[in-house]
Design a protein around this ligand. Structure first.
Ligand SMILES: Cc1ncc(C[n+]2csc(CCOP(=O)(O)OP(=O)(O)O)c2C)c(N)n1
Length: 585
């Protein structure tokens, strides 16, 4: 029997299998019809399995959330110029968040003699990757089938090399559809693993330990250290040895959480109280120093520094992640001991060096007294937060604090993970906040991230028994509301709780500040901002997509029962659910 003909795009499926890609999120398009056929009819829609999305932004954001939860990338396939333009916002978020996503696109055919009139011409670019080049680690467009493995493996490898990030691989439509005269060998993927991450210079680590041990008041700042789950334990031990407060900026800057909320040295909720006292600051995976060291006036944009004299030790890979286009590198601050290294990898060595020096140090009592003072303040903060949530329970519409408290009552005995959202910071304040259970924000502050990213997290954890949650604001949801179709169609077990304040709340605050500063009517702050006339009915919208949904709910007493019904749907039926709760603007 004759061997069936193989095509260029079949090779791409072989490569995806070779590196272990389990899922591919896509929105269809004729420039990759060859690859689409290969995934379905050559690959059998298994390893990778297709995840249908209704917008390219959803496909990439879903892959972004998945990569963070799974610790390895999936792929997102987007149609040529137009699909890539829709995807670009989500690619930017993944870039800022240093999340590895393999974005596969298509173009052409580059051979003009093979193009269909009109459509193939308007959807072909020279070079298509330039659309996103400033915020991917690599873009490439192989010019022959034989060169596809090299392009693919380089992209795959680079996406996962620290500092990680999205890559874009553009596959010429003509190459995808080219019948192969002979088989193209698939290299051994095990030999194209990412390089190990950079370790810190031992002399610099020793100097850091000296500065920290000799400090009068050391402070530990973290922003995205939670990229590595292994960092949490040594981080806490280091703070305990030094009697140093821990400040996690992730909630403010959308980094990756790494400080447990119940840790007695956690002062993330009262940063301004400890930052000013510090004489030595250890910054681990921190980019936005001024978020920590300054206070910004919303109306004037002025930044007032809380501390100008502290010596700063910074351990991060930021210098390797630098790009010129968007100023994601943040304000240039003076750093006394900059260490280019993976902060999580550097921590055990730093901890050992500090432990060693502390053996010869006589200021243990001073450190313990400081730790006791911080722990006492930490406890009063937590008591105050609980009291606030109790007090606000009677408000109508509901306060985010009260809604976060209601959700906690329902999930506290579950093995939960948080795919998106912070409940305006209240989840961290009121829940038993374990950094490993949450994956941070979009990184790039581009809206349209939350729902699809949480779907990616739910996909990554599907079948694990974990309850995946999404604390979803309404404005962000409306960019990608058709993600509900993907949730229902693929039965992604995600429980979404809408924090529906029927407004673009952040902007309302800005218009409020501007009006006040200019002496103009503050009541006009809602114009062009409120989403309440008519108010979208998210439960009906979700039901229309086939998702179990309840709401709108505006009474605290009704939340618990609705959430319990939703949890049952998610856990027992493995289907998505949404509970729409009206919250205060
Ligand atoms: C793509 C995109 N468009 C616009 C903005 C500007 N923006 C920042 S926050 C915000 C409001 C978000 O509203 P919502 O998601 O409902 O959250 P809320 O502030 O009400 O809690 C807007 C419009 C943005 N960050 N990204």
């Amino acid at each position: 029997m004759a061997t069936p003909t193989r095509y260029g795009s079949d090779l791409v499926v072989d490569l995806m299998r070779a590196v272990g890609i389990e899922h591919v999120a896509l929105n269809p398009g004729a420039t990759y019809r060859g690859l689409h056929d290969s995934l379905v009819n050559y690959g059998g829609n298994r390893d990778p399995e297709l995840i249908l999305t209704t917008h390219e932004e959803i496909a990439v954001a879903l892959a972004h959330g998945y990569a963070k939860a799974k610790g390895r990338p999936m792929a997102a396939i987007v149609h040529d110029i137009v699909g890539l333009q829709h995807a670009s916002m989500a690619i930017f978020n993944a870039f800022c968040d240093r999340a590895p996503v393999l974005v596969i696109g298509a173009t052409g055919p580059m051979d003009a003699t093979r193009r269909r009139p009109w459509i193939d011409w308007i959807h072909t670019a020279l070079v298509q990757g330039t659309q996103v080049r400033d915020y991917v680690k690599l873009d490439d467009q192989p010019a022959s089938v034989a060169s596809i493995p090299e392009s693919f493996l380089r992209a795959w490898r680079l996406a996962r090399t620290e500092p990680q990030g999205p890559v874009y691989l553009c596959l010429d439509a003509g190459l995808q559809e080219q019948p192969l005269e002979r088989a193209v060998p698939v290299p051994d993927a095990a030999r194209f693993q990412p390089a190990t991450a950079p370790h810190a210079d031992p002399r610099a680590i020793d100097e850091a330990a000296r500065l920290l041990v000799e400090a009068r008041f050391p402070l530990i700042l973290v922003e995205s250290l939670g990229r590595s789950a292994d960092a949490v334990a040594p981080l806490c031990r280091l703070a305990e040895h030094l009697g140093a407060p821990l400040v996690d900026l992730s909630a403010e800057s959308q980094g990756r959480p790494s400080v447990p909320g119940h840790h007695p040295l956690d002062m993330s909720g009262a940063r301004h109280e400890v930052v000013g006292d510090a004489d030595v600051v250890l910054a681990l995976d921190v980019t936005s120093f001024l978020t920590a060291l300054g206070e910004t006036d919303r109306s004037t944009r002025e930044v007032r520094l809380l501390n100008q004299g502290a010596r700063i030790i910074a351990i991060s890979l930021d210098d390797y992640a630098l790009r010129s286009w968007a100023h994601t590198f943040q304000s240039l601050v003076p750093v006394d001991l900059p260490i280019a290294a993976d902060a999580a990898l550097a921590l055990p060595g730093l901890l050992a060096a500090v432990e060693d020096r502390l053996k010869r140090d006589a200021r243990g009592a001073e450190r313990r007294a400081r730790a006791d003072r911080i722990a006492a303040r930490h406890k009063t903060l937590r008591d105050e937060w609980r009291a606030t949530a109790n007090l606000e329970r009677s408000l109508r519409p509901l306060a985010p604090s009260a809604l976060a408290a209601e959700i906690w009552e329902v999930i506290k005995d579950e093995d939960w993970v948080l795919g998106n959202g912070t409940a305006k910071g209240w989840a961290r304040r009121l829940w038993d906040w374990q950094p490993g259970r949450s994956y941070g924000g979009s990184g790039g502050a581009g809206l349209g991230y939350g729902y699809p990213a949480a779907l990616g997290v739910a996909l990554a954890h599907r079948g694990s028994g974990k309850l995946c949650l999404n604390l979803q604001s309404d404005g962000d949801m409306l960019y990608v509301v058709s993600g509900l179709y993907t949730a229902a169609h693929h039965r992604l077990p995600l429980l979404t709780v809408m924090f529906n304040n029927r407004t673009y709340g952040n902007d309302e605050e800005h218009q409020d500040a501007v009006a006040k500063a200019r002496g103009r009517p503050v009541e006009n702050k809602v114009i062009g901002i409120r989403i309440d006339d008519p108010a979208p009915d998210f439960a009906r919208i979700a039901q229309g997509f086939g998702v179990h949904a309840e709401g709108p709910i505006d009474a605290a007493e009704a939340i618990g029962p609705a959430l319990r019904r939703a949890v049952r749907i998610v856990k027992e039926e493995g289907r998505p659910a949404l509970v729409d709760v009206i919250t205060r603007p």
